[in-house]
Design a binder for this molecule. Structure first.
Ligand SMILES: [Zn+2]
Length: 255
């Protein structure tokens, strides 16, 4: 777990120089030097990686406009002596053009990419996280009205699950009591009963139901809940990540 971006660390990778293929989502695209771009990617095979696309800002670059955030790409990458991988070729799998036309969908997509970049370290691949991110971007592109707080929270919950920090929701995290679950403790990592709620904040039944159902159902069927329940669910997610992942995410907006 880290909070800052770092280049690929070779010791986690097989140090075989040459090219390899992977699908990846562009998390960030940064202008570099005269005509290049540095890409922060989340790849299907290797998790978070950084790569340079040389000459990609030249007018007739073979990469065209596809090295922008939220593009899902088929990449060929070269791994040489340098810390940074080099993009040899890039084909579009999904451009997500509709997502880009809606401010809230763009914001929701940006937060999904940011959360993935911050929760997972370099050289820590999770195919499930890649598919979750690709799915979230496809859903937002298919219907930008999905850019609701509930959908963004469901995405974060599933990231927690992938990172191994899914909150305990079935019984009191401290004593195992199955009834009278009235609070949530980030430190304990789940719901707590009335007798154990010392370090907890109140969690309404609707918020508890939202957490259980958002974790259990596909992202496309993420449930909704009243604003108060969503605010509590968000606090549960943020505090769980802070205590167990040492990652602090920006709060989501209302809506
Ligand atoms: Zn208890």
């Amino acid at each position: 777990m880290v909070t800052a971006w770092r280049p690929v660390r070779k010791r986690f990778l097989c140090v075989v120089r040459g090219t390899f293929k992977t699908e990846a989502v562009v998390l960030r695209s940064i202008r570099f030097g005269e005509a290049d771009r540095v890409l922060h990617l989340y790849s299907a095979n290797r998790g978070r990686i950084g790569a340079i696309a040389k000459g990609s800002r030249r007018p007739r670059s073979r990469f065209g406009g596809r090295l922008e955030p939220f593009f899902r790409l088929n990449l060929v990458l070269y791994e040489g002596r340098s810390e940074m991988l080099t993009v040899t070729s890039a084909e579009t799998v999904a451009a997500h053009p509709r997502l880009r036309e809606d401010a809230r969908a763009l914001d929701c997509a940006a937060r999904a990419c940011e959360a993935v970049a911050r929760v997972f370290d370099d050289g820590d691949p999770h195919a499930g996280v890649y598919h979750l991110l690709a799915n979230q971007l496809a859903l937002l592109d298919g219907d930008p009205r999905r850019a609701r707080r509930a959908t963004a929270l469901a995405f974060r919950l599933k990231l927690l699950l992938a990172a191994g920090f899914a909150p305990h929701l079935a019984a009191c995290t401290s004593c195992g009591e199955r009834d009278h679950l009235v609070g949530f403790s980030g430190a304990a990592g789940g719901v707590v009963c009335a007798a154990c709620e010392a370090s907890a904040f109140p969690l309404d039944e609707e918020a508890h139901e939202f957490l259980v159902s958002a974790l259990g159902c596909p992202l496309a069927e993420a449930p909704d809940a009243p604003p108060r329940a969503l605010a509590q669910a968000e606090r549960a997610i943020l505090e769980t990540l802070e205590h167990h992942g040492h990652v602090r995410l920006r709060p989501l907006g209302r809506g």
